[in-house]
Design a protein around this ligand. Sequence first.
Ligand code: WTA
Length: 660
Amino acid sequence: MANIETFAQETRIFPPPAAFAKTAAISGMDAYNALCAEANSDYDGFWGRLAREQLTWHKPFTKVLDETDAPFYKWFEDGLLNVSYNCLDVHLQNGNADKVAIVFESDGGDVVKVTYQQLYEKVCRFANGLKSLGIKKGDRVVIYMPMSVEGVVAMQACARIGATHSVVFGGFSAKSLQERIIDAGAVAVITSDEQVRGGKRLPLKSIVDEALALGGCDCIKNVIVYQRTGGNVTFNPGFDLWMHELVANQAADCEPEWVSAEHPLFILYTSGSTGTPKGVQHSSAGYLLWAALTMKWTFDIKPDDVYWCTADIGWITGHTYIAYGPTAVGATQIIFEGIPTFPNAGRFWDMIQRHKATIFYTAPTAIRSLIKAADADEKIHPSQYDLTSLRLLGSVGEPINPEAWMWYHKHIGAERCPIVDTFWQTETGGHMITPLPGATPLVPGSCTLPLPGIQAAIVDETGHDLPNGQGGILVVKRPWPAMVRTIWNNPERFKSTYFPPEFGGNLYLAGDGAVRNKDTGYFTITGRIDDVLNVSGHRMGTMEIESALVANPMVAEAAVVGRPDDTTGEAICAFVVLKRSRPTGDEAKQIAKELRDWVAKEIGPIAKPKEIRFGDNLPKTRSGKIMRRLLRILAKGEEITQDISTLENPGILDQLKEAQ
Ligand code: WTA
């Protein structure tokens, strides 16, 4: 509630700069309202018009939305198209073959530019290479790669032949990779020998080897390896293949596989409120439509823009706003291999200056950590760089606190660039609630209003609308083209997670809480309402981390909660009961370290708990239910003032105050 009140008190309003509004794709609130009205009066007509305008169809669709099997909605289903054709071939036909598609900058600072013609040829060669291995439409391919041109090529090549890719973030462990390979039933893994981040070389191929050695991955017929560093890797000839050898003799053209609009373009695993991640499955046409449209609406992309999204291709933002959105609209984009703090924390500002970036899209965590760095060292303060090329800023992945927003606005945007605080999720495919930079007056900390056609609302626990000013559960009332289609291998979980019967079975449940401003109707996201944490914009399930902890032979029981953190948004706090007695002193520190390393091995370093607290037990009710509410208070370091009379074992609360 404190959160809600802070945002409700925010009174600063920043109208769109007149010069920006003048040329914007959606210019002014009247234009926004007109699009919303069009969607409201003829939903099918609205989406049908946009799908015809934005995409190139091999065979046009005759029906827009099919709701017969709701909530398994189908969009444009009898239309045929190819996503890679829409991202590449169309630009060659439009005279943009020599336009730069990707400006790639390596961790060490080397820059490579790739034109649309070159990207097309790379994708076609690799697509032909995949075909030569017998990989075909409908097969699943796991991609475990660094930020690279080749990562985008791999994704686009899969799309070209109709194979469904599943990108696994390079920070995930062998075990996480193995689970995803098995669930997806993948026929191949595309990886690289190593990745380079912050001056360090980190293995990828050997983690793939480890994943396959864990067993159950017989579905994999080949591992294709992009040679990034030339580092030593174990190579099993015939099974392991070098990407450069595979493409060496392939033709530079590849007839695209025309697929149904509903063909699964990709599966992306994400965390939910159970121990196992869910394979969010997206479609081809509806997804691409939204990727292209939001590039235009939210980012107001223009032919001369130099666009930069700092996300990793292992997350949804890297899918929609690197691999597909920018290419669908023929944009020039920067792809960066490294990290914001190497060789120093001025790297982002230096790159904006050198590449003359015009649109910059990053996460609040990055902004917050760079604020700290800039305060500590004036040599890398953004004022030391020429950032005048910028015209638009974006934020994604977590709520951006008003202080960070104001800093971003002042120091990066020179009080001149609108900031689009884009709320969306892996499941939504693209932006849902976001300002339009040439229309929406901005309020720091608010993602403002839903995009045209998106029927977002706030309801109570029974699915009834709540008035503005009252915090509740964020839902979307009508299907939209880019929405998740199902959970791979688990349609029942899809239904119960996103369209729960308690809400009538027809409201999409986002998993977030939100509140609308009394006067403006603007949305502010108040955080997840399920057991999902958001650490540095990385989404993680508390259950997943708990399962990893209890898999350790020393651990009897574990409960994980989030607590607010100045830089990472939330931090992971684990309460652990060991099978032996509660450790103290140095021993507790040692075991905490072992458990952190264990979690890194089980899930990945991003899931390492920041704090571990040992107890002889966890606070439980008499019926044995863990009182997470109390754990959250303890994690914040606050005193427990509420009634704990239902607690079976109040004595252990004191033990749990000490953090390792
Ligand atoms: C959170 C990332 C507030 C939210 C694109 C959501 C946000 C989860 C914002 C999805 C934002 C994302 N303001 N919260 N602008 N953007 N979130 O699937 O809790 O990795 O449910 O997708 O991030 O995370 P995911």
